[in-house]
Design a protein around this ligand. Structure first.
Ligand SMILES: [Zn+2]
Length: 480
């Protein structure tokens, strides 16, 4: 039978803040275990939580960035459960009144992860709420270590609608979400540091059927690629089970990346009863429409909007726009350079082929790059005006990269300006012809390929400064 997958994603993102959600301990990754703790985040009885203003503002921003409605009144609830990573025996979370609801994320319009075309599609976001991260448990064979540095770090839970149908769509949603959250300064979303984590809900149903099939949850997906593979694996596994006439049970499965397969963790006999109730230690959070608008005006331009504007204004391809917006700082840098140049498309080429290459080779961050955006615009315009040619341009660029000197200054100091004067170019051509009689004979005998050699000789004599078009024209003329 032909099946269709129904996929929803639950994503957790750590909010980048100075301190934790309900205490003043630093929110910092990588410290010695259990050195960033206090009685509040260790769950001592009698302590009181104080909400982190910065985290709440960022939660609202995350909602605005994904087109959510922002609640004018929301509250924190206690989610009760007992586990070693949760010293209080309850997690402060949000139950029925989250900060953000009814948002969406647009995906597609280019190639999907598998290389196939991925049409544009809007994925619904059910809700975004703010909670505290539990401690991090690390299992060492016979014992387990608990690091409470993570306990109390502000954590966003972003729940999507079951709108995705393929692994490529799930992958695009995850990358799109990460990109937006990074652009918005909500979090760094480094999966290796556990700053972004995702669970996949997936069920299959016969094509054409409206009702959902039995939902399987997949946990422990440590990369987007793992999420993509797990979805593809489950689509096949569940289809085989259904074709064999088995009834699927609702269950939670883990992902083994080495074996490339999911495995049973537990079956869900019944829904958990977390005994949610409003946290009596915390007041409701209220926003006026004016306050929400004041946050909205601080939002940056979103990457997809930026790509479309760049394609339109600068005449660059979608592929180039994608390369240039992969890193927000690079995108802003290029945007400034292109805006200052009469040849923005050339600025894009230089940024991608020269600047990003040199940054990568020398392991320099764009923030520490010595070339200012306006200086690249200056170089590109010098080339477009014919003051220097492309080849000299590359040398100039590499010197700009080393020293931060402007192109026009380097060209002037080193006398690199292109020789466009026909008399001067003709003198170079005469020298080359006189110095290479054998090649001249070969050319006259019909060997057209020798022209490139002679061209090279002229450029060498002129130290690369002769205008290549003039050289070619004069060579042909003089050799006739
Ligand atoms: Zn603390």
């Amino acid at each position: 039978m032909q099946y269709e997958a129904v996929i929803g994603l639950e994503v957790h993102i750590q909010v980048r803040t100075k301190s934790k959600m309900f205490c003043s301990c630093p929110n910092r990754f990588g410290a010695e275990p259990n050195t960033l703790t206090c009685p509040v985040c260790l769950g001592y009885p009698g302590t009181l939580p104080v909400p982190n203003h910065e985290a709440i503002i960022k939660a609202v921003k995350a909602g605005l960035l994904t087109g959510c409605k922002i609640a004018e009144v929301s509250k924190f609830d206690r989610k009760s459960y007992f586990y070693p990573d949760l010293a209080k025996n309850y997690q402060i979370s949000q139950y029925d009144m989250p900060f953000c609801t009814e948002g969406h994320l647009d995906i597609g319009g280019g190639k999907g992860f598998s290389g196939n075309d991925l049409p544009e599609k809007t994925i619904g976001i059910t809700r975004i709420h703010l909670e505290e991260d539990p401690a991090k448990l690390t299992h060492f064979g016979k014992f387990t270590g608990a690091d409470y540095n993570r306990s109390g770090v502000p954590l966003l839970e972003i729940v999507s609608e079951p709108d995705m149908r393929t692994a490529d769509e799930a992958y695009a949603y995850l990358t799109g979400l990460k990109e937006i959250m990074r652009y918005g300064g909500i979090g760094d979303c480094d999966m290796e540091k556990g700053q972004m984590r995702c669970d996949v809900n997936i069920s299959l149903r016969p094509v054409g059927q409206k009702e959902f099939g039995t939902k399987i949850e997949i946990k422990n997906l440590n990369s987007f690629r793992a999420a993509h593979r797990a979805v593809e694996y489950e689509m096949i596994r569940q289809a085989e089970e259904l074709d064999a006439g088995h009834v699927l049970r609702q269950e939670t499965r883990g992902w083994n990346d080495d074996h490339g397969e999911t495995y049973l963790m537990r079956t869900k006999e019944e829904a958990h009863d977390y005994r949610y109730f409003p946290d009596p230690d915390l007041m409701e959070v209220r926003f006026t429409p004016e306050e929400i608008e004041a946050i909205r005006v601080t939002l940056p331009e979103l990457p997809e909007a930026m790509r479309r504007r760049m394609m339109q204004d600068y005449g660059i391809s979608r592929y180039d726009a994608e390369v240039l917006t992969q890193d927000q700082d690079v995108a802003n840098w290029f945007d400034r350079a292109a805006g200052k140049s009469r040849n923005p498309k050339q600025v894009a080429n230089w940024t991608i082929s020269e600047l990003l290459r040199l940054l990568g080779e020398s392991k320099i961050d764009i923030a520490d790059c010595k070339i200012q955006p306006e200086q690249l615009a200056g170089l590109v315009d010098l080339i477009a005006a014919g003051t220097i040619n492309n080849r000299i341009g590359k040398d100039v660029f590499s010197e700009m990269f080393q020293t931060g000197t402007s192109a026009d200054v380097i060209v002037k100091e080193k006398g690199l300006a292109q020789v466009n004067d026909d008399g001067a170019v003709a003198a170079f051509v005469d020298q080359a012809i006189a110095a290479n009689p054998a090649q001249v004979e070969q050319y006259k005998a019909g060997n057209a390929k020798v022209l490139q050699f002679l061209m090279g000789q002229v450029m060498k004599i002129s130290k690369g400064k002769a205008n290549p078009q003039s050289v070619m024209a004069l060579l042909k003329e003089k050799l006739q």
